[in-house]
Design a protein around this ligand. Sequence first.
Ligand code: FEO
Ligand code: CA
Ligand code: CA
Ligand code: CA
Length: 598
Amino acid sequence: GSHKPKGARGLRFTPVAPNTDDAVTVPEGYRQNVVIRWGEPILRGAPAFDPEKQSAKAQAGQFGYNCDFLALLPLRGERDRQLLVANHEYTDEVLMFRDYDADNPTREQVEIAWAAHGLAVVAVEEERRSGKLTPVTRHQLNRRLTATSEFRLTGPVAGSDLVKTSADPSGTKVRGTLNNCAGGTTPWGTTLHGEENFNQYFAHGSRATDKRYGIGTGATERKWERFDKRFDVSQEPNEVHRFGYVVELDPYDPHSTPRKHTALGRFKHEGATVRLTHDGRPVVYSGDDERFDYFYKFVGSKKMRHGNSRSAREHNLSLLDEGTLYVAELTGDSPAIEIDGTGKLPKDGEFDGGGRWIPLATATADGAVSHVEGMTAEEVFVFTRLAGDKVGATKMDRPEDIEPNPVTGKVYMALTNNSNRGKTGYAAADEANPRNSNKHGHVLELTERWNRPESTTFAWSLFLVAGDPEDPATYFAGFPKDSVSPISCPDNVAFDDHGNLWISTDGSALGSHDGLFGVATRGDRRGELKQFLTVPNGAETCGPVIQDRRVLVAVQHPGEVDGATVDRPASTWPDGPGTYVRPAVVAVWRADGRDIGV
Ligand code: FEO
Ligand code: CA
Ligand code: CA
Ligand code: CA
């Protein structure tokens, strides 16, 4: 029609209405394709997907399960191609194996699950004049890293007694990465991957530190400890200290060993996002996704080298090994008032205040120094949550993804929800986490002092308080609430080149499906939030990448609904009835070939 949707530049599309369709729904005038699904072969020799005859060997050459973070990187010298990097956070065995017996998984099933975890690198080809992407199978950079691939521990904890095991007395070689959730792309051309809920893979923990990290005292749900004793804390106490880090991958070198950077601390890293100081040092933000946990910043001391020489790349891969790790403390600047459904704002009319970055430990080439009384530097980097407890960091409503705005330098953090806020025995609402029983979450905007990434103080304000806009306890940066989309449980965040924030959700508590939203962060449309797509039954939306002509999302855990199995599926996306539901990556573009939202 002739109707042209209004909105900030980059967000001029007709919002998708909330729905519960078992489909990916995109705005009018937009098209989509499934780029790659769980099980599609990407390495030479890998067989076509056959879920009835799946094997660990096949899975190790195929795209993994439950794609989360995505990066699209340039492939110089290869026309119409880019390099896709994906996280495979975890496995849903009941949807992967027909007649799965959770009490008695077979060794083959467990080894398939190991091979379905980890990371994938796969070249993708663009169709001319559309945004469609298709995988280039057997490209020389295609790669799978799994729960059994070799990783290297680097930084202050490498070689420490806390990470030595019977299989690795050196304390530097780890098999596998687990539960990679969100991530980031570095200015030096590598990718970062947060190891999030690693606790769920480890059985029989009994130490206070295990408890603080959520490692259970009993068996695990997947029973991996029956097949490899390293997952049994009572038999191999230090293996669990080798997970919970930020992993760095050089996707351009298929023979490189990815690194686990211990200087960024050990916690349930949702992801990690890098920016540079004016003199070229890396600053990394990372949230610990747990109710009442903290968010962190690492300020590196080494400068990035430019250029693509071997020595520059090798130098840049060590940037995250030396620097200082900080945790955030936030204070409100007006008496804390819970927004309780009456629409009351804090006394000064805004949810805002100040904060400081509290140093925890510093890693240098000559060793590491603790800034926390009663803890060694190694302890701070391995038991980072306990260090945050000791210094009185601010307990947040599940810090998820964090992203600096490339246009303004302000930093945005998704706080997904916190059902326990205000319950007996738990912290009550405060100005930065203003709702008790916070079902819908909020988005915090942080401005470093002088807008310098390395500053040790900052100002903050709440950008969004999510929910149904008709609910008086919501806030959309002051934008009129009669013209915004409802949103619940913000999780991943990304920016487009216009400086608009894109937010994907996980676990919407509004009765409609999760999705992807765009919102302007400046100008007179600041706070105008619009839904761009929705995902199928049981799925969350992950990994958004916003390019000029294309939006890329990961549809994670479609069909993950209580009681669903292969034979009783809750979703048949993407291939329809009679097929296995499959997590997959989807590209969206404009039918008329123009840029997204202009
Ligand atoms: Fe894996 Fe915090 O989401
Ligand atoms: Ca997430
Ligand atoms: Ca992000
Ligand atoms: Ca989440």
